[in-house]
Design a binder for this molecule. Structure first.
Ligand code: ZN
Length: 167
């Protein structure tokens, strides 16, 4: 399962809530997990594999979660800026300002309620992935100048990639 890249329109869609964790959802979660491991990423949302459903996978050291219908219940007021990238905008990284702590709720694949409190990088990953479900990308959080530079870097990286593929 390939990862969809910017500017594919599916990345701008709003994902639908999952009503039933049926075989289709379990299989989607499997494919997403595989794609995430293969890309050696730390998080993936269903729109990134072309499916507008509210499902995310977070893969941090000792902190692996598949969350159905994840919601950010609360964020603290303190924010910090740190480098962020995205498997759908491969190449560049840019500083994004995010809350330092979040409370996330949702369900696991057994339909059991999940409640997580995370800080730092983990909080950042959950915020980034839930953003994807609402059609928001990390570049949307940047100033216009930073976004222009980040997208330029991205396009250059894509060009290099294409040249390599053609060679
Ligand atoms: Zn992303």
């Amino acid at each position: 399962m390939g990862i969809v890249t910017y500017p594919d329109e599916v990345l701008r869609g709003k994902s639908n809530p999952i009503e039933d964790v049926d075989d289709e959802i379990v299989s989607l979660a499997d494919r997403m997990t595989e794609a995430l491991f293969r890309a050696e990423g730390i998080g993936l949302a269903a729109p990134q594999v072309g499916v507008l459903k509210r499902l995310i996978v977070v893969n941090l050291e000792d902190d692996f979660h598949i969350v159905v219908n994840p919601e950010i219940v609360e964020t603290n007021e303190e924010t910090e800026s740190a480098a962020e990238g995205c498997l759908s905008v491969p190449g560049p990284e840019a500083d994004v300002e995010r809350a330092t702590e979040v409370e996330v709720s949702g369900y696991d694949l057994d339909g059991k309620e999940v409640k997580l409190t995370r800080e730092g990088l983990a909080a950042r990953v959950f915020l980034h992935e839930v953003d994807h479900l609402n059609g928001t990308l990390f570049i949307d959080h940047l100033s216009e100048t930073a976004r222009t530079l980040t997208l330029r870097e991205y396009r250059n990286a894509q060009k290099e990639e294409n040249t390599r593929a053609a060679a």
